[in-house]
Design a protein around this ligand. Structure first.
Ligand code: HEM
Length: 172
C-alpha cells in the first residue's frame, strides 16, 4: 500500500490513481474552489480507503456510542430505525467518502440524507457534533497508521475538506 509505514509522499505514485470530480455541477464549483478540494485530495482519500476499511468497525462503534450522551438521539433512532441497521448504513457511507468520486450520484445521495434527517427531526447541532466525532476518529486512525508526517498532513487536509463539503451539502 502507498502509505506503507516508512514511505515518503514523493515515493507515491498518485498519477495512477483514478478519481473524478464532476465539474458540470456548476452550482458547487465555487464551493469546491473555496475549500480547495482538488483531485489530489481525492487521490489521497482513495489511497487511504483500505486503512479506513480495516478499522471501520471502530469508527462506527465510536460514532454510535457517542450518541448516548443525548437521549433524544437514541429516541430518534429507536423510532425510525435501529442502531444495528444504521451501523451498516454509516459503514457504507463512510467508506464511500473515500471512493475518490464526486459525481451526480454523490450530490443526490447527500440531498437524500438531508431529507431523511429533516424528516426524522435531527437537529443541526447534533448532526455537526456527530460529524466532528466521526472526523476525530478518522484523524486518530491517520495518526496511528500513517508514519510520514507529510502524508498525515495531506490526508488530514483531504479528509477535513471532504467532511466540510459533505456538511455543506447536507445542511444547505
Ligand atoms: C439515515 C448518514 C448523523 C439518525 C442516514 C443515512 C445516511 C446517514 C447515509 C441513510 C439515508 C438514506 O436512506 O438514503 C449520517 C451521517 C451522519 C449522520 C454521515 C453524521 C456524521 C445522524 C445522527 C443521527 C442519525 C446524529 C441520530 C439520531 C439517522 C436515522 C436514519 C438515518 C434514524 C434512518 C432514517 C430512516 O431510515 O427512516 N444517516 N447520519 N443520523 N440517520 Fe443519519
Amino acid at each position: 500500500v502507498l502509505f506503507n509505514k516508512m514511505r515518503k509522499p514523493t515515493s507515491m505514485n498518485l498519477n495512477d490513481i483514478k478519481v473524478e470530480i464532476d465539474t458540470t455541477q456548476t452550482k458547487y464549483t465555487n464551493q469546491l474552489q473555496l475549500l480547495n478540494l482538488t483531485e489530489q485530495d481525492l487521490k489521497y482519500l482513495k489511497v487511504f480507503k483500505p486503512y479506513i476499511q480495516e478499522k471501520i468497525h471502530t469508527v462506527v462503534d465510536h460514532f454510535y456510542n457517542a450518541l448516548y450522551v443525548e437521549d433524544s438521539l437514541i429516541q430518534i433512532i429507536d423510532r425510525n430505525s435501529s442502531v444495528d441497521k444504521l451501523k451498516v448504513t454509516l459503514r457504507n457511507h463512510v467508506l464511500d467518502m473515500f471512493n475518490g468520486v464526486i459525481n451526480k450520484e454523490f450530490f443526490e445521495k447527500r440531498k437524500r440524507i438531508a431529507q431523511v434527517h429533516v424528516r426524522i427531526g435531527l437537529k443541526t447541532q447534533w448532526y455537526i457534533g456527530a460529524f466532528q466525532n466521526l472526523l476525530i476518529t478518522i484523524i486518530e486512525i491517520v495518526h496511528q497508521d500513517v508514519k510520514d508526517p507529510n502524508d498525515q498532513l495531506y490526508l488530514i487536509r483531504a479528509i477535513t475538506k471532504m467532511c466540510t463539503f459533505e456538511q455543506q451539502l447536507v445542511l444547505e
